[in-house]
Write a protein that binds this ligand. Structure first.
Ligand SMILES: Cc1cc2nc3c(=O)[nH]c(=O)nc-3n(C[C@H](O)[C@H](O)[C@H](O)COP(=O)(O)OP(=O)(O)OC[C@H]3O[C@@H](n4cnc5c(N)ncnc54)[C@H](O)[C@@H]3O)c2cc1C
Length: 374
């Protein structure tokens, strides 16, 4: 089936699982020799305590049961190109689904394009449209730091909380692979631009040594996970896996995209759309809908729901150059702070941080630090 036909028919791109860890590589993997601190494994210690928490957020992942919506529909004389519903994978997939949406918008032959939504999905789509020579205006009711995209942890997780398992069809997988491959390549081109995108070691304590390959997985994209022996890592825990991953330094990254968009002649207009009539009133004939969770009301999409995620930011420690995951919480070093997180509550619209969740994550990570060689 032609890709566009598939998009129009299914209206979806989705996924199943996990933060990238696939089958474990054999113990003699060459990566062993190139770990963060060569020789005896020692890592700088994270200073975790409640009084070092300087910011807390609860972001709402725009989860769509069917996976991201990428179809095209007509609203009166206007062409609406959808690109929303990326769940916990919006940063990872944004360039790939943005490319699909930009091509769909370009196929209308219109020169002026409206993009609704100034999150990561709207910004990347807008930049890709500019690369095709389009004149783009982004409309949004709110700007950074209020948007969901400002509240992400920012790692490469192209298949995390993306859709229900039963919607991972062969067509869906093919489309996901296309988006994932395009995004991955784009991120490699952003390496070296300050610290916007970096590669770091990721140590996974306990429970991440499954041998089964996730449903959506591109072999060879991330280095294979390696089970480390007790002498090869500094933690007390017996089971530790290492799999390097990318980190996106969100504030600087969103700023770079916004600056680039404006430099290329883009305009940003603050405007809320309460009804489809208001969308129809836009003067552009082609509108790309990147409203994330906002599409639930605006486009009456009953397949959308929030999956909330709480983050606690600790005072930055520039020497921390690794990510750590435990069953009850993770820590990710970013320039704007050490990000603690790890919960996901379906259908939760409450964006007030819960002190109990903070306690759980701090306890889990403190436990991981105890007895660690540093
Ligand atoms: C805690 C947490 C951790 C995450 N970690 C990761 C990660 O590590 N890796 C990853 O890839 N992804 C991650 N995500 C997911 C990622 O953040 C989202 O998938 C992504 O930000 C969605 O981007 P978006 O542009 O579609 O939506 P948004 O950022 O929500 O942008 C949509 C924009 O549309 C605007 N809008 C909506 N409705 C209207 C309207 N009616 N009128 C005008 N404007 C409107 C909104 O104001 C908003 O600015 C995480 C999310 C959370 C919450």
């Amino acid at each position: 089936m032609h890709r566009r036909d598939f998009l129009l028919k299914s209206g979806a791109l989705g996924l199943a699982l996990a933060m990238g860890a696939g089958s474990c590589a054999p113990a003699n993997n060459l990566y062993r020799g190139s770990a963060t601190s060569a020789g005896s494994r020692r890592l700088p210690r994270v200073r975790i305590s409640p009084d070092r928490v300087v910011k807390e957020t609860v972001g709402l992942r725009p989860y769509r049961l069917l996976g991201p919506r990428l179809d095209v529909e007509m609203l009166g004389n206007k062409t609406i190109v959808h690109n929303y519903g990326h769940g916990g994978s919006g940063f990872s997939l944004s360039w790939g689904t943005g490319q699909i949406a930009a091509n769909n918008a370009a196929a209308t032959g219109k020169k002026e394009i409206a993009v609704i939504g100034c999150g990561i999905v709207g910004l990347t789509t807008a930049r890709l449209l500019q690369e095709q020579g389009k004149t783009v205006t982004i409309y949004d009711k709110e700007l950074w730091p209020k948007v969901t995209s400002s509240m992400a942890t920012g790692t490469w997780s192209p298949a995390h909380l993306l859709c229900e398992d039963e919607h991972v069809t062969p067509e869906f997988k093919a489309l996901w692979e296309q988006a994932c491959t395009y995004s991955f390549r784009t991120y490699q081109n952003l390496l070296g631009l300050g610290d916007i995108v970096t590669w770091i070691d990721h140590f996974i304590i306990g429970g991440r040594t499954h041998k089964e390959e996730p449903k959506l997985h591109i072999k060879g994209q991330l280095p294979e996970p390696i089970e480390l022996t007790r002498r090869e890592h500094p933690f007390r825990a017996k089971e530790v896996v290492n799999q390097p991953n990318m980190v996106f330094n969100i504030p600087a990254y969103l700023r770079l995209l916004t600056d680039d968009f404006l430099k290329f002649g883009g305009k940003i207009q603050v405007q809320e759309f309460k009804t489809l009539e208001e969308v129809d009133a836009l003067w552009e004939d082609c509108v790309v809908n990147c409203t994330g969770l906002g599409a639930k009301t605006l486009f009456n999409d009953q397949n959308l729901m929030p999956i909330s995620g709480q983050l606690s930011f600790l005072i930055p420690q520039p020497e921390i150059n690794y990510r750590l995951s435990t069953p009850n919480g993770y820590i990710i070093p970013r320039k704007d702070g050490l990000v603690l997180g790890g919960n996901a509550i379906r259908n939760n619209w409450n964006t007030t941080p819960n002190p109990e969740q903070t306690k759980i994550v701090i306890a889990a990570l403190n436990d991981a630090m105890m007895g660690m060689r540093s």
